[in-house]
Design a binder for this molecule. Structure first.
Ligand code: ARG
Length: 582
C-alpha cells in the first residue's frame, strides 16, 4: 500500500532507495500493485519522485526505463512539466498557469486552503497546571504556550475544544501552607501571594514544617480537618487558592493566552469523584491492596525488579493522591465532557505517570476507541549555561518578571528601529514582539528537545524568529497603506521565478497546518511561515509591486495580500499578534 508522502524534505539526491523489497508483496504477473509515488519538494525542480529507483530492484529493470515508462503513461495535462533526470528521478515543475489558478482559488476563500477535518471532535486540552502557593516555573510556561497554540489551532479547524487547567490545589502541603498563613496573618499572606511572591511563602512554610515539631503537628491535623470539610480550614484554603489564581490570571493576561477562570478544573474539583472511581476500579477487579494502600497495576509497566509498578489510588491513611485525581479526571473527560481526543501538555518527566493513567483508563473501559489520549510532552528550558533556567539568585525565574523583561527589550528595539513611531504604537508593538518572541522561541524548537533561553536570538530581526515574520507582515500592510487600499482580492497571475517560488510555499499552508494539528509539533508551522516570509522577501526584492504596470500591479497586490493573510493567520494560530506597523 502507498505509504503516503512524508512531511520530511528530501535528504538529497544521492540517497540510496531505502525500500526493503523483501517485505513487499511480489507483483502477480501483469497486475499492478500500488507504490508510494514518493513525490517530495526538491532543489532541482519543484518536486521530485524517486519511486523508479525504489522499483528498479523489484522489477529487475533499469530505473531510467521505469521513469520514462511512467512519464509516457502519465496524464499531467497543463499541471506540470516532467522529465527524467540522473539515475532515474522524475523531476516535476508546476506550470505557472496552474499555480495562478490554485492561488486565486486560495485567495478567494477565507480558509486559506485549509481543509476542515472529516469529523469534528471534542478535544480536551490539559495544560498550564500551575500549583497553588508556588511560583509557576518555566515548565508551566512551556505548557501554557504550547497548550494555547494547540487550542487555537484545533478550534480554528472546527473542533470543540475544552480547555482544562489542572491546577494543583490539593494534597498534604496545604496543611503546612494554611498553618503558615495563620502565623503570618491573613492580610499579610494575601499580599505576598498576590504580588507573586509565592516561592518565599512556600519556602517559609516548608522551613517551619521541617524545623518546628509543633508546627508539623498542627500541619498534619490541618490536612485532616481540611479533607473532612472543616469550615474554617476550607475558608483559609480558599484564600490561598484565590490569591494564587489571581496571580496566574495576571500571568495569562500578560502572556496573551486564552485561558480564563472558567477553565480552572483544579484537582479539588474531582474530590467527590474519587470515592466512586475507587469503587468502580474495585468492582472491575483492578484494585489490589498493598501495605494498606489501594493500588492499580496497569499492564506493561514493569519496575526495575521486573514486578509491575503501581499507581497508588488511596494511601494507607485514606488520602487520595495525584494519580487518583488523574484517573477521576480522565473518566470525567470521556464520560461527562464526551471527549474523544485527550491531550496532556505536560513535561516529559511525567510521561510514565500519564501513560500508566491512560493504560488504567483503557483497562477500566473509560478510554476506548475512538477516544484516545496523547501525551504532548516537552523538554526543559535551559539557561545560557546549559542548565535549568534560573534567576541570578539561583531561584525559580518569576514568570511575570520574565515577560516584563521581554516587553521592555522589545520596546527598546522598536524605539531604535522605528524612531518615528508614537509611544502608544511602541507599547503595542513591544507587547506583540516581546511576547511573540518568547512564544515563538518555544514553539519553533522540536517539542521534545530542551531549548536554551536566549534573549538576543529570540528578539533578532532576521532568522527564524517571530519578529522577522511580524516585520514581513507589517511590510505588507505598509504596501497597502501606500497603495491607498485595504486588501486586494483579485486573480493572481504567476510569471516571474520569484512569484513561482512564493506560490509554491503559500500553497503548502494547508498541509503545514494539517500536519501540525496531527502531531502538535509546532515547529512544522513556524518553519513553514518562515519559508513563506523568506520567499516573500525575495519576491519583493525582485518584483516591483506598486510600480508595476496595471494588470501586473493588481495581481502582485493580491499576492501580497494573500501572503499577509497567511502570515497573520499562521501567527494567530500560535497565539502571536501581528501589528500593522512596526
Ligand atoms: N500541577 C502539575 C505540575 O505542576 C501539572 C498538572 C498536569 N496535568 C495533569 N493532569 N496531571 O507538575
Amino acid at each position: 500500500p502507498a505509504a503516503g508522502s512524508s512531511a520530511e524534505p528530501a535528504a538529497g539526491e544521492a540517497a540510496e532507495p531505502a525500500a526493503d523489497d523483501a517485505a513487499e508483496p511480489a507483483a502477480p504477473d501483469g497486475q499492478a500493485i500500488p507504490v508510494d509515488p514518493a513525490v517530495r519538494r526538491s532543489q532541482r525542480a519543484d518536486f521530485q519522485s524517486d519511486a523508479a529507483l525504489a522499483l528498479a530492484r523489484r522489477l529487475g529493470r533499469p530505473p531510467r526505463d521505469i521513469a520514462a515508462e511512467v512519464l509516457g503513461l502519465a496524464d499531467l495535462g497543463d499541471l506540470c512539466r516532467a522529465e527524467v533526470s540522473g539515475p532515474g528521478f522524475i523531476n516535476l515543475t508546476v506550470a505557472d498557469s496552474a499555480l495562478g489558478t490554485l492561488l486565486s482559488g486560495m485567495a478567494a476563500g477565507e480558509r486559506l486552503g485549509v481543509v476542515p477535518p472529516e469529523v469534528s471532535e471534542t478535544v480536551v486540552v490539559d495544560y498550564s497546571g500551575p500549583n497553588v502557593a508556588k511560583e509557576m516555573h518555566v515548565g508551566h510556561l512551556r505548557s501554557t504556550v504550547i497548550g494555547d497554540a494547540t487550542v487555537r489551532l484545533l478550534e480554528w479547524l472546527g473542533h470543540r475544544v475544552v480547555r482544562v487547567n489542572h491546577l494543583g490545589d490539593w494534597g498534604t502541603p496545604f496543611g503546612m501552607l494554611i498553618e503558615h498563613l495563620i502565623d503570618v496573618g491573613e492580610s499579610e499572606a494575601a499580599h505576598d501571594l498576590s504580588v507573586g511572591d509565592l516561592d518565599s511563602f512556600y519556602r517559609a512554610a516548608r522551613v517551619a514544617f521541617d524545623a518546628d515539631e509543633a508546627f508539623g503537628e498542627r500541619a498534619r491535623s490541618r490536612v485532616v480537618a481540611l479533607q473532612s470539610g472543616d469550615a474554617d480550614s476550607r475558608r483559609l484554603w480558599r484564600l490561598l487558592v484565590e490569591e494564587s489564581e489571581k496571580y496566574f490570571l495576571a500571568v495569562y493576561d500578560r502572556l496573551d493566552v486564552t485561558l480564563t477562570e472558567a477553565d480552572f478544573y483544579p484537582e479539588s474539583f474531582y474530590n467527590d469523584l474519587l470515592g466512586p472511581v475507587v469503587d468502580e476500579l474495585d468492582r472491575l477487579g483492578l484494585l489490589t491492596t498493598s501495605a494498606g494502600a489501594a493500588c492499580v497495576f496497569p499492564h506493561g509497566f514493569p519496575g526495575r525488579d521486573g514486578r509491575p509498578l503501581p499507581i497508588i489510588v488511596r494511601k494507607s491513611d485514606g488520602g487520595y493522591g495525584y494519580g487518583a485525581t488523574d484517573l477521576a479526571a480522565i473518566r470525567h473527560r470521556t464520560q461527562t465532557l464526551g471527549a474523544t481526543r485527550l491531550l496532556y501538555v505536560v513535561g516529559l518527566p511525567q510521561r510514565q505517570h500519564l501513560e500508566m493513567v491512560h493504560q488504567t483508563a483503557r483497562e477500566a473501559g473509560w478510554l476506548s476507541p475512538p477516544a484516545r489520549a496523547q501525551h504532548v510532552g516537552f523538554g526543559s528550558v535551559l539557561g545560557a549555561d546549559g542548565r535549568m533556567l534560573r534567576s541570578r539568585a539561583g531561584t525559580n525565574v518569576k514568570l511575570i518578571e520574565l515577560l516584563d523583561e521581554a516587553v521592555a527589550r522589545a520596546a527598546e528595539l522598536a524605539r531604535s528601529k522605528s524612531p518615528d513611531l508614537d509611544e502608544r504604537t511602541i507599547a503595542e508593538v513591544a507587547r506583540a514582539v516581546g511576547i511573540g518572541a518568547v512564544k515563538y522561541a518555544d514553539l519553533s524548537t522540536y517539542r521534545v528537545k530542551d531549548y536554551v533561553f536566549d534573549w538576543d536570538r529570540m528578539l533578532s530581526l532576521d532568522g527564524n524568529t517571530s519578529a522577522y515574520l511580524q516585520y514581513a507582515h507589517a511590510r505588507i500592510r505598509s504596501i497597502f497603506r501606500r497603495a491607498g487600499a485595504v486588501t486586494a482580492r483579485g486573480d493572481i497571475t504567476v510569471t516571474e521565478p520569484a512569484e513561482h517560488a512564493l506560490a509554491l510555499e503559500l500553497l503548502d499552508f494547508g498541509d503545514a497546518v494539517a500536519s501540525t494539528a496531527e502531531t502538535l509539533e509546532f515547529h512544522r508551522l513556524t518553519g513553514h511561515l518562515y519559508t513563506v516570509a523568506t520567499a516573500f522577501s525575495a519576491f519583493f526584492e525582485q518584483c516591483p509591486v506598486l510600480r508595476a504596470g496595471d494588470g501586473v500591479r493588481d495581481s502582485r497586490l493580491a499576492l501580497c495580500d494573500l501572503t499577509g493573510r497567511v502570515l497573520r493567520q499562521g501567527l494567530a494560530l500560535l497565539g502571536i499578534a501581528t501589528p500593522d506597523r512596526m
